[in-house]
Design a protein around this ligand. Sequence first.
Ligand SMILES: Nc1ncnc2c1ncn2[C@@H]1O[C@H](COP(=O)(O)OP(=O)(O)OP(=O)(O)O)[C@@H](O)[C@H]1O
Length: 259
Amino acid sequence: MVDLLEVSGLTKRFGGLVAVNNVSFSVREKEILSVIGPNGAGKSTLFKLISSFLRPTSGEVRLKGERISNLAPHIAARKGVVRTFQETTIFKNMSVRDNVIIAHHLRSRANLFGFFLGTVAAKADEAAFGQSADDILALLGLASLAGETARNLPHGHLRALGIAIGLATNPSILLLDEPFAGMNHDETMRMVSMVRRLRDLGLTILLVEHDMPAVMKISDRVVVLNFGQKIAEGTPPEIQANDKVIDAYLGSEDEAIGL
Ligand SMILES: Nc1ncnc2c1ncn2[C@@H]1O[C@H](COP(=O)(O)OP(=O)(O)OP(=O)(O)O)[C@@H](O)[C@H]1O
C-alpha cells in the first residue's frame, strides 16, 4: 500500500515540556490508523500538528509528498487533510442538509459568498452540491433526518453530521478526534461500522481515541504514544501483546487496553 501521509521527526515543545517528541510514522492509503496513549501522552497535540492547528518545533508532515506542516489550517484542509467538524462548528439553526451543502461551498470562498447572496452561479452549484449532500447523508444513515434542524439531533447523529460535513469538503485523509467519546455501546458500534464503510469506499482515516475496545475493533494499525514518544506501532493483536504498551497503560490511571 502507498503512504499517503508521512509524519517525520515531529516535535512540539511547550516551554520546557516536550509534548510530542521526535514522532515518525506513515498513514497508508485506504487504512484506518488509530493513535492511542495514556492521558497526557501527546495525542491531541500530535493531531493539531498534523491538521496544522499547531506549528511543529521541528520535524514535518507531508501529504502525497508535499510538505503541509507550517500551512494555515484552512489551506491544509483544502489540500485534503480534513479534521472532522466539532459540534461547536455545526450551524445548529440550519437543517442537516444545509449544513452539508454549506461545507461543499467551503471548497471555494467565492462560492460561499454567492451562497449567502443567492447569485445565479451559486444556485447552479447548489443543485450539484445538493445531490452530493444527499448521497453523503444516505451513506451516513442521515437521509431521513435531512430536513431536521441540526440542534434537534441526538448526540450520535450530531457526530455523524460532523463527519458528513468533513466528507463534503472532499478529503484525502479524514482526521477523527475521539469519534466515540460520550457514546453508548450501540452508538459506538454504529459509528465503528460507519467509519469502516468509509474506509471500504477508499477513504483514509486517522483517529485519536480513548475507547480501547472500539480502537481494537476498527483499526488496521495502531500507533501508541507515551510521554510524547512513539512506543509501538502495529496491528491491534500486535499492540495488545506489546509489553511496552501494557506497561504504559498499567502505569497510568487510564482504562485498560482491552486485554
Ligand atoms: N498549549 C499547551 N501549552 C502547554 N502545555 C500543553 C499545551 N497543550 C498540551 N500541553 C501539555 O502537553 C502534554 C500532552 O498533552 P496532550 O493534550 O497532547 O495529550 P493527550 O494524549 O491528548 O491527553 P488526553 O488523553 O488527556 O487528552 C500534556 O502534558 C499537556 O499538559
